[in-house]
Design a protein around this ligand. Structure first.
Ligand code: PXP
Length: 234
């Protein structure tokens, strides 16, 4: 199972002072040395953490970039220039603290289909951040998505066997209709193991808990311990 390390919160710390440090490029380098298989960033419309120059600097270093973005013309245009390894479409609300749920594809099929087509025109594979909901996953497939990233936030808040069963069932369903399956949100060294045991999941994207651990043990070690847990994947 691959690990994409989300370094948005390195930039959050930097933007708290509008300073030069901590440097997201150095963070990405250290994450890769700790075993990260890719670097994930979310360029938000309000630029609250990651800035455009960060995305370009990470691209210039040759990182396998997972570019989280809202389905807007501005972001499609940036993705089309940066050419990340993959784009993940996420919902975005200005007042939210973090992404609160999966993308509601069903209510905006045309917009999402059009966004995916425009990204595919640039040969960028597209993932959709999705709640563990069969209809939304089917809608992602119908719009042409290549992957779904299952939202693990509910599981992270209510870590029960039932939530694992739901994620397992939705991973099996998504895989059965030809979607690659990733997952993420709210995962920590305490709760990740049950998710690692879902065989269909190819990659986890983890940010906040790794950056939080990094304050005490460094980002390379924080990534490395998470990567060790992912190696428990069946
Ligand atoms: N995946 C997606 C689509 C996200 O929006 C986020 C949060 O930015 C993550 C994964 C990582 O979540 P966390 O920071 O809670 O690990």
């Amino acid at each position: 199972m691959k690990l994409g390390v989300n370094i948005d919160h390195i930039a959050t710390l930097r933007e708290a002072r509008k300073a030069e440090m901590p440097d997201v490029v150095m963070a990405a380098r250290e994450a890769v040395l700790g075993g990260a298989d890719g670097i994930t960033v979310h360029l938000r419309e309000d630029r609250r953490h990651i800035q455009d120059r960060d995305v370009w600097a990470l691209k210039a270093e040759g990182h396998r970039l997972n570019f989280e973005m809202a389905a807007t013309d501005e972001m499609i245009s940036i993705a089309g220039s940066v050419l990340p390894a993959i784009c993940c479409l996420v919902p975005e609300k200005r007042l939210e603290i973090t992404t609160e749920g999966g993308l509601d594809v069903l209510s905006q099929m045309e917009t999402i289909r059009n966004t995916i087509e425009r990204l595919h025109d640039k040969n960028i594979p597209v993932s959709i951040f999705s709640d563990a909901n069969r209809d939304q996953i089917q809608a992602a497939k119908d719009c042409g998505a290549d992957y779904v990233e299952l939202h693990t936030g509910v599981y992270a808040n209510f870590t029960t066997p039932r939530q694992v069963e739901i994620l397992q069932a939705m991973a099996t369903f998504a895989s059965s209709i030809g979607l690659g399956v990733n997952a993420g949100h709210g995962l920590t060294i305490e709760n990740v193991l049950a998710i690692c045991k879902i065989p269909e999941i190819l990659e986890l994207n983890i940010g906040h808990s790794i950056v939080s651990r990094a304050v005490f043990i460094g980002i390379r070690n924080a990534v490395s311990e998470m990567k060790y847990l992912l190696s428990q994947h069946v």
